[in-house]
Design a protein around this ligand. Structure first.
Ligand code: ZN
Length: 394
């Protein structure tokens, strides 16, 4: 038997620490009141131990990645994916994701290549704005021509050392255990390429898409290209945005970006396709939880209403099932859990809501009116939920 490498041993330690944390949290929930403060302290100290181990594990992965040619980072693909050791149910009639070998021409190997793609994108956005002029009440910070010039000429497309570290760490966190073996193989075959772009690019893209706020990152489907705005200075927020865009990419490879679907109890398939609010909410939820589990605390939660809706779905259906649905697009198990808890038809009605705010209002209403009332107060103490509730919804 081969001796286990340093990164493998660190990963073992990471898993053991995660198990201890889970047990500590479980203990805290069931412990009688006099023991609870001590159980809380155990959970807290295990969490901080886990962060140290994760940092070490990431360091180990970074060392390994820099010592190996890139192809050696590719995880072996298996015909059937699994999450947390459990197979992902197959779904034959709808998209089961995009193989990274499907987009040879748009799979970028370097920041320079991806920057050329940024220029293409800017031209496409400008064309769109030419064809569909902005509504009269839409305010740009500068004349469009000036924004376009800035977006083309002033991007800091180069990687900072810190951003390179972020992309490497996030790619390490998205391992076979997190993504499942098949998706991990696809992801490893075409790792994400990050470009740092002028804030002007995001402003004109947001204008073309019709939203006035937000938007400091982008993932470009059918590529491995993720972007972040140079305007984001906070290191934790940069990590979270890069994680968010990278998770869009992973979900694109898995089928979760545009292939949302489920089977009913009789096995009849329904294709939902792309449900923007649900996909954004699940993406931000997973990004927040991923970076926080590795010791990074962002200062804000994007898409608060969408993220809260995704968070409650996750509490009802479970983290492994929800992550598998997010990445693969197959919501059969999530739908089953939601309907079992909140009544038949709940998931279908939820999936037909138009936006995150409506979805959240609908889901909270159903939880509060459920035959066995869903007690949200414990869930709402979660830091992501707390911050999201404190953020104004768009
Ligand atoms: Zn997004």
């Amino acid at each position: 038997m081969e001796p286990r490498t340093l990164p493998q041993r660190l990963e073992d330690a990471e898993h053991a620490a995660a198990d201890t944390l889970r047990h500590g949290a479980g203990l805290e929930r069931i412990a009688p009141p006099p023991i609870q403060p001590e159980a809380r302290r155990i959970a807290d100290s295990t969490l901080s131990a886990m962060r140290y181990v994760s940092d070490l594990a990431n360091f180990g992965r970074g060392l390994e990645a820099s010592a190996q040619p890139p192809t050696d980072r590719t995880a072996p693909a298996s015909p059937r994916g699994s999450v947390g050791g459990r197979p992902i149910p197959t779904f034959d009639m709808a998209s089961r994701g995009h193989d990274s070998s499907d987009f040879q021409d748009t799979r970028y190997a370097s920041v320079e290549d991806a920057r050329e793609h940024s220029d293409l994108l800017i031209n496409r956005v400008l064309q769109k704005l030419d064809d569909h002029p902005l509504p009269a009440n839409f305010v740009l910070s500068k004349p469009l021509e000036e924004l376009a010039r800035m977006a083309m000429n002033e991007p800091d497309g180069t990687h900072s050392q810190a951003d390179s570290g972020r992309v490497l760490a996030i790619s390490g966190w998205l391992d076979a255990n997190y993504l499942g073996t098949t998706l991990s193989g696809r992801f490893g075959a075409a790792p994400p390429i990050l470009t740092n772009e002028s804030p002007a690019l995001f402003e004109i893209n947001n204008a073309a898409e019709g939203y006035s706020g937000g938007g400091n990152g982008l993932y470009l489907p059918f590529t491995n290209h993720v972007m972040i705005s140079a305007a984001i200075a906070n290191p934790a927020d940069r990590t979270c945005i890069i994680a968010h865009e990278t998770l869009h990419y992973a979900a694109f490879l898995g089928g979760g970006h545009d292939g949302m679907r489920y089977r009913d109890a009789e096995g009849k398939p329904t294709v939902l396709g792309h449900v923007p609010w649900l996909h954004e909410g699940l993406t931000e939820l997973h990004a927040q939880q991923l970076v926080r589990s590795h010791g990074t605390t962002p200062t804000y939660v994007g898409y608060p209403a969408e993220t809260l809706t995704a968070f409650y779905l996750q509490q009802i259906a479970g983290a492994d099932v929800t992550r598998a649905a997010f990445l693969s697009g197959d919501f059969t198990e999530v739908r089953r859990s939601v309907d079992a808890r909140l009544g038949n038809g709940t998931f279908d009605s939820l999936s037909r809501t138009d936006n995150g705010t409506d979805a959240l209002a609908f889901l909270v209403g159903r939880m509060d009116d459920a035959p066995v009332r869903v007690e949200r107060s414990v869930w709402d103490r979660n830091p992501v939920a707390r911050i999201a509730w404190a953020t104004p919804f768009e």
